[in-house]
Every structure is written in C-alpha cells, then in structure tokens.
Write a protein that binds this ligand. Structure first.
Ligand SMILES: [Fe+2]
Length: 198
C-alpha cells in the first residue's frame, strides 16, 4: 500500500536519478580507463588549469563543493583529460549512441576515479546539468543525494545539479564513465531517454 510519504519520496527520487539499461562492454571500458590520464579534482588544480588554458571555457570542469577545506587539496577523486575519440572504442560508441538519443553535438566524455577508502564530499557539478554515468568498477558504494537518499546503480541519468556525494568507497577503486550534459536539464534528458525507449 502506497502512502503519501512514499509518493513524496518517489517523486524526490525521480527528480535526481533515472536508472536504465544499455548493453555495453564493461571490460573494454575498464581497459580504456586505464590508458586515460587523470588529474585530481581540487581547487588548486582547477585554478592552475584555467590559468594555463588546459580547461577550455564551458568544458564543464567546475564544481561547487560545500567543504572548501577538503576541496582545496584533495587527491583521491580524479577526472581524466579528454578521452581519445578512436571510433573503435567503447567510449566513442556510447558517446555516439547518446549524442543521437539526446540530439546534441557533444557530451564531453570523461572517466572519473575515486580511490578505495576515500569519500567525495557534497557538491554540485558546474556547467554539467546532468550526466549519464556508467559504473565501470566499484558499484558496492552508492551515490547520495542530499536530503533524498542513497542509490545504487549500474547505468543511470544523474541530476548533477542537486547536491550529491559518494560515501567512503569500499573494496576497490571506483571508476565511472561519464557523459556530461550541459544542453538540457535532468527532466528534459530523462524525457528524451524515455521517448527513445531507454
Ligand atoms: Fe558530481
């Protein structure tokens, strides 16, 4: 029996995460993640990259993090630089699928890693309004949406405009493949996915 409270929680959940399935080669993604180059996501690095012009305008590598002290120097949460767009790669295949589904030119594909034992504090992604995340490794740990709850997933559309965190990563390093959506909100991206039967 559903109650008003259950319905409210479901509505909240539906506004931050949308689980869906797509056949994809996780082993291939893991191999591709190993040859990417990574940089820690922290204030110091991001400032430096902006100064040096490594981060292009609108590249989506900005974060609004609550815990400034942690964000200043943390080293356990990293983002890859631009991924090689080899047409035979799994990253490029998935990128092409979702460019077509969402009718956009670019989804800035990146790998992200989180070291075992480390947690990623609450934050909002900068220009990235929402993202399609593929958990390549480390799905033992959920994502937390502030004031909503914890969710496990394999593939999901994530509302990165709602404050989120990842609690202490357990058992192994976490590896994510992320398609970053700046062109539309979570709600609109979700509607497009559903319209294409995802
Ligand atoms: Fe995030």
């Amino acid at each position: 029996m559903s109650t008003i409270i259950d319905d409210r929680l479901n509505d909240l959940k539906d506004s931050v995460i949308y689980h869906f399935k797509i056949n994809h080669d996780k082993d291939k993604l893991l191999k591709e993640s190993r040859v990417a180059r990574y940089n820690a996501i922290n204030e110091k690095n991001l400032d430096r990259y902006k100064r040096l012009g490594f981060i292009e305008k609108n590249d989506g590598v900005t974060y609004d993090v609550e815990d400034k002290e942690w964000f200043n120097t943390q080293k356990d949460w990293k983002i890859s630089s631009k991924i090689n767009d080899d047409p035979n790669s799994e990253t490029e295949r998935l990128h092409n699928v979702f460019k077509e589904v969402l009718e956009v030119d670019n989804l800035g594909p990146r790998f992200l890693t989180q070291k075992e034992g480390a947690d990623v504090h609450y934050h909002i992604d900068g220009e990235t309004l929402c993202a399609i995340n593929f958990l390549v490794r480390g799905d033992q740990t959920p994502i937390s949406f502030k004031d909503i709850g914890y969710f496990y997933y394999d593939v999901a559309l994530i509302n990165t405009n709602h404050s989120h965190s990842v609690p202490k990563q357990v058992d192994e390093d976490r590896v994510l493949f992320k398609l970053r959506i700046k062109q539309m909100t979570f709600k609109e991206a979700k509607e497009r996915l559903i319209a294409k039967n995802f």
